[in-house]
Design a protein around this ligand. Structure first.
Ligand code: PEP
Ligand code: MN
Length: 415
């Protein structure tokens, strides 16, 4: 299996990874903002035009809101085209007295609660590659082939505008963007940047057999790149300093993310910098902080202080999802929109206090009107969760909640 994967062509080009590293360098220096988002877990079934378009559209809309309302360049990175593997807290799952192995992502086993589905199947690694390839192909088509043209800023919202307060708020902003563009056109300026969007793909580097098989030497530079995606990150559960994941990440030139949970010590953060970014290159290392709304104001300051004092300049990003998950009485795993927002607020407060740059957000979202997280402008209640609960893993913000969040983050960024 691995030998076969090794013979497959790269999904991304090393030069694109370098370009993203440079963009993230601007984020590290405080000149741009990172918007990273997508499913908790992509599924092979979700590799359809409608699903992919809805996710890209939501990220483009959020990007437009942030760029315009916060007046900051936005680096757009999807949790997409490779996010098929999940670390799990428990090895088994019990329903109605039946215990089966947990679902570990479509790259490992099946989501259905049956014995057959839950058997790991190495052939799935190949399907992961092909699913990533077709997703990335469509994402590239959307983002460079005219769909992401800023003149489409209204079209992205068409199916949405009347049905939701955030859709209406967005429409107002889109009209302002239109006016600004008409003004520029009248002045004779029609920059290429309006026509296409730079969009990058990222996922958690969890299955090292897969990631290693897709790691290649770049003929231009002789360096190793993980060509399964532009950026990969190491999750909270696999960030052991002497573990294989950190070792793998230290060997490749891609921009690397490390999730930092509430138990992270400043010494650990400094060691990640030594291991992964010894040259202190802005853009190489992104710390994705996921503490929980109740802990961020307490835990983040010392990390940022000590890291800054060391002279390192990582990108600091908030993941306001993973520290705020709870189980509703109905048994649904969910998150409160208010907790998500509060963690983002705490993140901004800490950086403001320390004079450092709140570099971005990392969120789990979908373009569909699912009911997986409670709250937001459209007020989803705990009792609504069953209506459209579709995630294969963690609860995602729906399109309206995602847009709400973008507007609120833009306000915070402007400060
Ligand atoms: C995730 O991003 O889906 C995830 C599992 O996050 P973490 O590693 O931070 O728990
Ligand atoms: Mn998740």
């Amino acid at each position: 299996m691995v030998t076969e994967l090794e013979s497959f062509p790269p999904l991304v080009f090393a030069g694109e990874c370098d370009q993203l590293r440079a963009r993230l360098g601007s984020v590290a220096r405080g000149e741009a903002f990172l918007l990273q988002g997508g499913d908790c877990a992509e599924s092979f079934e979700g590799v359809g035009a409608d699903d992919i378009r809805a996710k890209v559209k939501t990220l483009l809309q959020m990007g437009a809101v942030l760029t315009y309302a916060a007046s900051v360049p936005v680096v757009k990175v999807g949790r997409i085209a490779g996010q098929y593997s999940k670390p799990r807290s428990k090895p088994t799952e019990t329903r109605d007295g039946v215990t089966l192995p947990t679902y570990r992502g479509d790259s490992v086993n099946g989501f259905d609660f049956t014995e057959e589905a839950r058997v790991p199947d190495p052939e799935r690694l190949k399907r992961m590659y092909h699913a990533s390839a077709s997703t990335l192909n469509l994402v590239r088509a959307f983002t460079t082939g005219g769909y992401a043209d800023l003149r489409q800023v209204h079209a992205w919202n068409q199916d949405f505008v009347k049905s939701s307060p955030s859709g209406q708020r967005y429409e107002k902003l889109a009209r302002e963007i239109d006016n600004a563009m008409s003004f520029m056109r009248a002045c004779g300026a029609e920059p290429e940047e309006f026509r296409t969007v730079e969009f990058y793909a990222s996922h958690e580097a969890l299955l090292l057999d897969y990631e290693t098989a897709l790691t290649r030497t770049d003929s231009r530079t002789g360096h190793l790149y993980d060509v399964s995606g532009h950026m990969v990150w190491i999750g909270e559960r696999t960030r052991q300093m002497d573990g294989a994941h950190i070792e793998f990440a230290s060997k490749v030139r891609n921009p690397i993310g490390v999730k930092l949970g509430p138990t992270t010590t400043p010494e650990e953060a400094l060691e990640y910098i030594e291991r992964l970014d010894a040259e202190r290159e802005p853009g190489r290392l992104t710390f994705i902080v996921r503490m929980g709304a109740d802990k961020i104001r307490d835990r983040l300051p010392t990390l940022v202080e000590k890291v800054t004092a060391s002279g390192a300049m990582p990108v600091w990003v908030t993941d306001p999802m993973h520290g705020n998950t709870f189980e509703a009485a109905s048994g649904h795993k969910t998150r409160r929109f208010d907790d998500v927002l509060d963690e983002v607020k705490g993140f901004f407060e800490v950086h403001k206090e320390l004079g450092t740059h709140p570099g971005g957000i990392h969120v789990e979202l979908t373009g569909d009107d699912v009911t997986e997280c409670v709250g937001g402008g459209d007020e989803i209640f705990v009792d609504d969760l069953h209506q459209r609960y579709e995630t294969a893993c963690d609860p995602r913000l729906n399109r309206s909640q995602s847009l709400d969040l973008a507007f609120l983050v833009a306000e915070m960024y402007r400060g």
